[in-house]
Design a protein around this ligand. Structure first.
Ligand code: PFF
Length: 465
């Protein structure tokens, strides 16, 4: 315990934690979700979810980690010995396997697109989203090429994590986070100065409440977990490398602010450019991989803009992927006494192999979830890639987050939690009531959303949405 690794500085920790939060979710998922679900109306609901549910659970996870100086399984075991709470920790480790398997595949695609853009490969796609789509579908549906890039991406993750908390995670985040912010600001300014770019701003920030339906609210809540890396113990693990001096609430607010600001900036950079060039803003999930590659070549120095965009997306993906791998590595170090190197390499390889099956399910080989029938078909009747994505963001992360809130209320207790935070905000008594209300709200809202999702899957009719 004495020689547990620690973050080198307060700033280093904030950049590492926000590096985990800022990822493919901010730059790829948020803009297209907002674009399709009422622009600013969606943004408003999303901000509310982040502030009420997100902030509460970020602080809760950091406090659990710091107080125990252990990763999720050990942390729950230490605060609630010989109970079933440790299973919440195991759920987190399992979520890490599930998320990183498909996240690594997308990381590989991004890496490939940096090379395509750099070598002028987008030029022939100018103003032709159909051609861009066919390039993407052919690439992701092939057998070997996506696997090669996925393996490269995962190897880099393993390399960073083998180097440890301070020399690996922290030092890479300290370099990459500022670069991500600078590149996004440059791209956003570039978009805003294009003729017609301002229409993109209107699209993103003018509320269209008529487009906002119940399922968009469900989406906003689920996404607030994914984007803040909550519900699987990432923040518990990162919190476990903190000392008592760090102000938890202040750090959590920084992570929230950076995560939200970067999602907004990405939205501005993407939609101003898309509108200026008359492309389809409702391109959905294809926005990044089909629409943008057909838009960039229409700009002067298009391959440079394209390369910068995919490079920043790559860095965002890497700082998130390493935080997922760290959850698994820390488990084997803390609970099994393995060396960092052995844990990281062995499980980096296992996750990469699961990821290969995600990649192969998109057309290049076998889809192992394609064989399920009956009720299972409702849950597993998609590609293995989509099953892993939905399983984690719709079920595993929210369930983990819900139990974390319940754990604070029923087991660890609110006074112990407030004691770990170590500061009074509106007075001791009032703080306790506020925390109870926030944790209670988080647990109930998230519980309802999960139930809604399951009922919708099984019966085909949701309670809302
Ligand atoms: N927050 C990351 C994103 O927005 O892309 C994804 C993620 C990272 C989820 C780490 C969960 C996690 F533990």
């Amino acid at each position: 315990m004495q020689n547990r690794e620690q973050w080198g500085s307060k700033l280093g920790f904030i950049l590492a934690a926000s590096g985990s939060a800022v990822g493919i979710g901010n730059i790829w998922k948020f803009p297209h979700m907002a674009g399709q679900n009422g622009g600013a109306a969606f943004t408003l609901v999303y901000l509310l979810c982040i502030l009420v549910v997100g902030l509460t659970i970020v602080v809760a996870e950091l406090a659990i980690g710091r107080s125990t100086q252990l990763s999720p399984v050990g942390a729950f075991e230490k605060l609630a010995p010989k109970t079933n709470w440790k299973w919440v920790g195991f759920l987190g480790v399992a979520s890490a396997f599930v998320i990183l398997s498909f996240y690594g595949v997308v990381g590989g695609w991004i890496l490939k697109y940096i090379f395509v853009s750099l070598t002028g490969g987008f030029d022939s796609l100018s103003n032709d989203p159909e051609a861009a789509k066919s390039l993407f579908v052919t690439f992701t549906g092939s057998t070997w090429s996506p696997i090669l890039f996925q393996v490269l991406f995962m190897a880099l993750c393993v390399y960073v994590i083998v180097n440890g908390v301070k020399d690996g995670i922290e030092s890479w985040s300290k370099i990459m986070m500022p670069i991500i912010i600078i590149l996004l600001v440059v791209l956003a300014v570039r978009g805003l100065t294009l003729e017609g770019g301002i229409d993109g701003l209107k699209f993103l920030f003018l509320p269209r409440f008529e487009d906002l339906n119940a399922s968009a609210i469900v989406l906003a809540l689920g996404h607030s977990f994914f984007t803040l890396s909550l519900g699987m113990g990432t923040m518990i693990t990162y919190g476990s490398y903190l000392n008592r001096e760090q102000n938890l609430l202040n750090s959590a607010l920084w992570v929230l602010a950076l995560d939200t600001a970067i999602a907004m900036l990405a939205g501005v950079a993407i939609f101003t450019t898309v509108f200026a060039l008359g492309a389809d803003p409702a391109g959905g999930a294809g926005l990044i991989f089909f629409i943008l590659p057909s838009v960039f070549p229409q700009l002067a120095y298009g391959s440079i803009w394209g390369t910068l965009f995919f490079s920043l997306l790559f860095m965002a993906a890497l700082t998130s992927a390493i935080s997922i791998l760290e959850v698994v590595t820390a488990y084997f170090i803390d609970q099994k006494g393995w060396s960092r190197k052995k844990a990281t390499i062995q499980f980096g390889v296992v996750i990469t192999i699961v990821g290969v099956f995600c990649s192969l399910s998109l057309g290049g080989g076998v889809n192992i979830t394609g064989y399920f029938g009956g009720t299972f078909h409702h849950f597993f009747g998609e590609t293995f890639f989509d099953v892993m994505d939905n399983l984690s963001s719709k079920y595993m992360l929210p369930i983990g987050g819900m139990f974390t809130a319940i754990f604070i209320l029923m087991k660890w207790t609110v006074p112990s939690f407030i004691n770990e935070i170590g500061q009074t905000i509106i007075g001791k008594e009032k703080d306790a009531s506020l925390v109870s209300v926030l944790c209670g709200t988080a647990a109930i809202v998230v519980g309802f959303i999960i139930l809604n999702e399951i009922i919708a899957k099984v019966t085909g009719n949701a309670i809302i949405g």
